[in-house]
Design a binder for this molecule. Structure first.
Ligand SMILES: *Cc1c(COP(=O)(O)O)cnc(C)c1O
Length: 409
């Protein structure tokens, strides 16, 4: 196997994979397996790199759902300009991390009345996903005698697909159809709400700079269509993010420079039209994904009709994404290494599976590895985002793995 691009961030010393300056093995000795390790320093570095390349003045937000571990959120709070939440629990995490008011935005369909009430009381930007949500928010705000800051999430008339940008957006539970937004903006102007801005989220896990640039151009073109209808000054524009990380063979890390250059042009134009407007990019996976590894131990090695199976104590119940069951169309192998045998040759092809009684519990299919036996460790790279919290932990009733945010070295 050629070196996976994920390994460019990680140190290997004496054949051992390090996290936070210590061998993965050492963390396992203290905490057992399965184990999620998130590297503090890698997260900080990632944000710093992004800040270096992105245009200055751009606000960087962290979307908590990518990794809601409280220590991660707290660490992130030192690094970014704001947090995006999508539930009352995430709102509480964001506030616990020291953020307040309009540094927090609350998006997501189906916000319950209690959640809307908590959002209003916290003074966060409520990102409205439908006209119905607008009515409910208004009622609650009037009952509380508040005039909450709100933004409209737009379901654009274009779609970003793997093959590029398609005009003609589809129906969606997310956001308000673009064609209905002009009249809604005029209506909101008459309501006791503080309309601060607009939000567009055009997709996730994009590894094509060209597509991201096209998508951002389409968002700013959309803004041009809507700005004439916007009552008052536009003060907040959240353009989503969607920056991807390399998972699968052939994936290359994103080239941020051209994206940043294009964005700087849009930012200059925006400053002419709406000088007070905060331009926000919200990212989840890109900030934390590469900083995490999921470590499991081989419990059994068995041969079945010519194929070698390594059965581990970790699997689908704790890392659904790595088994290809979190919305992937085609199951492909996440990068997996043997953290104690980083210098050993890849001598065999194996299937790595979890302990669940379902054929879906596959961590790797026909992957090249060094020879591993029961007791050896495996580490799934690129596991810092949409890992534990995006997995069906209760399925089969295995214990919940420990998560560690490993210190700076
Ligand atoms: C999930 C989500 C994000 C984060 O997406 P990533 O692909 O992890 O960067 C950002 N904004 C919204 C509205 C989301 O739903």
């Amino acid at each position: 196997m050629s070196r996976h691009p994920a390994l460019r961030h990680h140190q290997v010393v004496d054949g051992e994979l390090l996290l936070g300056g210590r061998p993965v093995r050492a963390w396992v000795e203290g905490h057992g397996t399965p184990l999620y390790l998130y590297d503090r320093q890698l997260i900080a570095q990632r944000v710093a790199e992004l800040r270096t390349v992105l245009p200055s003045g751009l606000s960087l937000h962290y979307a908590i759902k990518a990794n809601p571990m409280p220590e991660v959120v707290q660490h992130m709070a030192q690094l970014v300009d704001g947090l995006d939440v999508a539930s009352a629990a995430e709102l509480a995490l964001a506030r616990g991390a020291g953020f307040s008011g309009t540094q927090i935005s609350f998006a997501g369909p189906g916000k319950r009345d209690e959640e809307l009430e908590q959002a209003i009381r916290a003074g966060v930007i409520v990102v409205l996903e439908s006209e119905g949500e607008l009515r409910r928010l208004l009622e609650i705000a009037q009952r509380l005698c508040e005039r909450p800051p709100v933004a409209l999430r737009i379901n654009p008339a274009f779609r970003l697909r793997a093959s590029g940008l398609h005009m003609g957006g589809g129906p969606s539970p997310f956001g308000i159809d673009e064609e209905r937004v002009p009249s809604l903006l005029q209506e909101i102007a008459q309501l006791p709400l503080e309309l601060v801005g607009l939000h567009v989220f055009a997709g996730s896990q994009n590894l094509s700079a060209e597509h991201l640039i096209a998508s951002q151009a389409a968002i700013f073109a959309l803004l041009q269509r809507l700005l004439p209808y916007f009552p008052g000054d536009l003060r907040w524009l959240n353009i989503g993010g969607g920056l991807g990380i390399p998972y699968f063979p052939g994936d290359q890390p994103l080239d941020l420079a051209p994206i940043s250059e294009a964005l700087a042009g849009h930012q200059r134009a925006l400053r002419r039209q709406a000088p007070e407007c905060e331009l926000v990019m919200e990212l989840g996976r890109f900030l934390v994904g590469e900083a995490g590894v999921y470590v499991a131990r081989v419990v059994d090695r068995k041969l079945s009709r010519g194929k070698t199976f390594l059965v581990t104590d970790g699997g689908l119940h704790q890392h659904l994404a790595a088994t290809g069951n979190l919305g992937q169309v085609l199951r492909r192998n996440f990068p997996i290494v043997a953290p104690q045998r980083m210098d050993e040759p890849y001598t065999e092809r194996v299937n790595i599976v979890g302990p669940l009684c379902t054929p879906l519990d596959v961590l790797a299919n026909d992957i090249e590895m060094p020879h591993l036996d029961a007791g050896d460790l495996i580490a799934v790279l690129q596991s810092g985002a949409y890992g534990l919290s995006a997995s069906p932990l209760g399925f089969l009733g295995h214990p919940t793995p420990v998560e560690l945010l490993v210190p700076m070295t």
